[in-house]
Design a protein around this ligand. Structure first.
Ligand code: TK8
Length: 341
């Protein structure tokens, strides 16, 4: 009897296994696609908030079939490390600075042009318009697919030595810059001692005084708590810095058209949210930075112009690197935006 029962159970189990096989295969199909999405800032930042919006949109628009595993604080690696992981196919998506991408996509250097945009509206128009799209179109041949630009923002200087009110105040200041030749050349041209470094190492380097200062938008100075290790903020707005949301081409090519559309549409929703959120936060940032104990100083328009003059030769390098056609088209578009002036 016992033996009989055992045999029966074994037979039933075997039968079940065969009939269940197709079901198991089906279960595989409906298992959500997990997208590893890395970013450099902390969760509680404009970047982290927008990643959350993107994740929600992807899940909603795919009916739960596509899901983000979002990892912040550079836990998947620095911008440069993640870019390589995307190219190799070990990671699916990321958002990071266009400036750190220049080593791979040289046309991204266009966005490193000092004082290129006067305001956010100009940045949106150029980034979302034909020029921004042409730059993005250079990514696939490098193994990457760009979706949208987010706002990192206008960059300002912080340091622990003194208020920077004129170019000369930068003399000898050890200033961390992004891993990008234009930033390196620019700040050296202004007299600083520029040191390229991954963002993920920056807080520690400021804390130990390996560097005296850095430059980033107000939002990042706040979310990364740089006020704990920096005294002075000098409002230079020296460059508008975009972030770019992009995908591993290896991964992208394996998606259906519908899945690609989910990512693209979700990215656009996240972009519109991100720009609004970032601007709202930046608008009240000066007061917030002061309340955290930072000393904030303006830089006079005359001094900003002197900085701009010192940087004209950087513009020439950028124009050569991105190509004269793209450079001229950008200038023409900006002129149009500014009413032909
Ligand atoms: C975050 C960086 C950051 C950038 C920098 O990964 O490195 O200073 O401004 O936003 O991309």
């Amino acid at each position: 009897m016992k033996l009989f029962r055992r045999t029966l159970i074994a037979t039933l189990a075997a039968a079940a296994a065969t009939t269940l096989l197709p079901l198991a295969a089906q279960a595989q199909d409906i298992k959500p696609r997990i997208i590893r999405f890395g970013y450099g800032l902390v969760e509680n930042s404009n970047q982290g908030r927008a990643v959350k919006v993107f994740a929600d949109e992807v899940e909603k628009r795919s009916g739960g079939k596509m899901r983000l595993r979002a990892v912040g604080a550079a836990a998947l690696g620095s911008d440069v490390q993640m870019q390589q992981a995307l190219i190799g196919g070990a990671q699916e998506m990321m958002v990071g600075s266009t400036a750190t991408l220049v080593g791979i996509v040289k046309e991204m250097a266009l966005w490193d042009t000092p004082f290129l945009f006067n305001n956010g509206a100009e940045a949106d128009a150029i980034l979302d318009g034909p020029v921004g799209q042409k730059v993005m179109a250079k990514m696939p041949e490098k193994g990457l697919v760009g979706l949208v630009y987010w706002e990192n923002g206008f960059r300002n200087l912080t340091n622990s030595k003194r208020p920077i009110t004129k170019t000369e105040d930068l003399a000898g200041v050890k200033l961390r810059v992004m891993q990008n030749p234009v930033y390196l050349e620019s700040f050296n041209a202004l007299g600083a001692n520029a040191i390229p470094m991954a963002f993920s190492e920056l807080f520690g380097a400021l804390e130990t005084k390996t560097v005296d200062g850095q430059e980033n938008p107000f939002n990042t100075i706040l979310s990364s708590k740089f006020y704990e290790v920096q005294k002075y903020v000098s409002v230079t707005n020296h460059v508008y810095s975009p972030w770019i949301v992009f995908v591993s081409k290896k991964y992208w090519d394996g998606l259906s058209k519908d899945e690609q559309k989910v990512l693209m549409d979700a990215a656009k929703v996240s972009r519109d949210f991100e720009r609004k959120d970032t601007r709202a936060e930046a608008a009240k940032a000066v007061a917030d930075l002061k309340s955290k104990g930072m000393q904030v100083n303006e830089v006079s328009p005359a001094e900003v112009n002197r900085m701009r003059d010192k940087l004209t030769r950087v513009n020439a390098t950028i124009a050569t690197n991105v190509g004269m056609d793209l450079w001229n088209e950008t200038q023409a578009e900006l002129k149009k935006l500014r009413g032909g002036k």
